[in-house]
Design a protein around this ligand. Structure first.
Ligand code: NAD
Length: 272
């Protein structure tokens, strides 16, 4: 029995990074996938081995997927996205609100207002539309539904030089918790995934900088950056029936980074 057998999932930001891995993972578990993004091709700055569009890769592997071009900041495009899911696959079961942008690298007093505008527009306004339109569909269907929001560890623990991004992620973490309160009684579970820096196009500037990568890695007890598959595996659990009692959780996924600033390496201890 596949974990998402017969489920229909809409995944935003599906062309690259987390969204791509989520799409492929969900499809492998039997879900029919509506891949939504502003571009169909994966971001060339990413670390994907295959560069074919996500929907094409799923179909080549025997799964079911379609691509819908959708800018989540435009409500009519998000409405069309959900309608396409229903007209193509008959229903909606899982809304994976994953698309987002990152603007960072400066102290707050130096940042252009465009950084704030971009983060609020895509991360907050875009996620808002995706949640609204999915909820309308779940209520019309009179079925259970799962909403998952890709949030960030920085929504819980602030990180310097990225105030607009962290603020936007804190906002959608609160949105997820509010939806959990409002729609739990309608059978709609809403949860948020809060990853630390992971290896995708979004963070490639940092990951490709050897010094930054080393410093960042040293803060993580597990000793490595997160990978898209780490995030996709958590999303798979939250999307499945196994997570039917999860609602309103902000699940930290950070390799233990935020537990403490002290590491065993500070005492000269190391494992072979
Ligand atoms: N990579 C990390 O370290 C990290 C950590 C925490 C949270 N996140 C969050 O994870 C999510 C996915 O990021 P990723 O790391 O996979 O990045 P990514 O850049 O590889 O993928 C993001 C995708 O979103 C799409 N997108 C951007 N704006 C869009 C819009 N307006 N409408 C539709 N699609 C749009 C992009 O085209 C891209 O394909 C984002 O919300 C990001 O903030 C990432």
């Amino acid at each position: 029995m596949e974990r998402l057998e017969e489920k229909v999932a809409v995944i935003t930001g599906a062309s690259s990074g987390f969204g791509r891995e989520m799409s492929i993972t969900f499809a492998r578990e039997g879900a029919k996938i509506v891949c939504a993004d502003i571009n169909r091709e994966p971001n060339p700055d990413g670390y994907e081995e295959k560069k074919e569009p996500t929907d094409q890769e799923i179909v080549s592997a025997g799964g079911q997927a379609v691509f819908v071009k959708c800018n989540i900041t435009q409500q009519d495009e998000v409405t069309n996205l959900i309608q396409t899911a229903v007209s193509t696959f008959g229903r909606l079961d899982i809304m994976m609100c994953n698309a987002g942008v990152y603007r960072a690298g400066m102290l707050t007093h130096e940042m252009p207002v465009e950084f704030l505008d971009d983060c609020l527009n895509v991360n907050v306004r875009g996620t808002w539309f995706c949640c609204q339109e999915a909820i309308k569909q779940f209520l019309a269907q009179k079925t259970r539904g799962k909403i998952i929001v890709t949030c960030s560890s920085s929504a819980i623990n602030p990180y310097p030089v990225q105030a607009p991004y962290s603020m936007s992620k804190a906002a959608i973490g609160m949105l997820a918790q509010t939806l959990a309160l409002e729609y739990g009684a309608a059978g709609i579970n809403t949860n948020a995934i809060c990853p630390t820096g992971c290896k995708t196009a979004l963070t490639s500037n940092g990951y490709n900088d050897e010094n930054f990568r080393r410093i960042q890695t040293s803060k993580i007890p597990l000793g490595r950056w997160g990978e898209p598959k780490d995030v996709a595996n958590l999303a798979l659990f939250l999307a499945s029936d196994e997570a039917d009692y999860m609602n309103g959780a902000m699940v930290l996924l950070d390799g233990g980074e935020t537990l403490s600033g002290t590491r065993i390496s500070d005492f000269g201890i190391a494992f072979e």
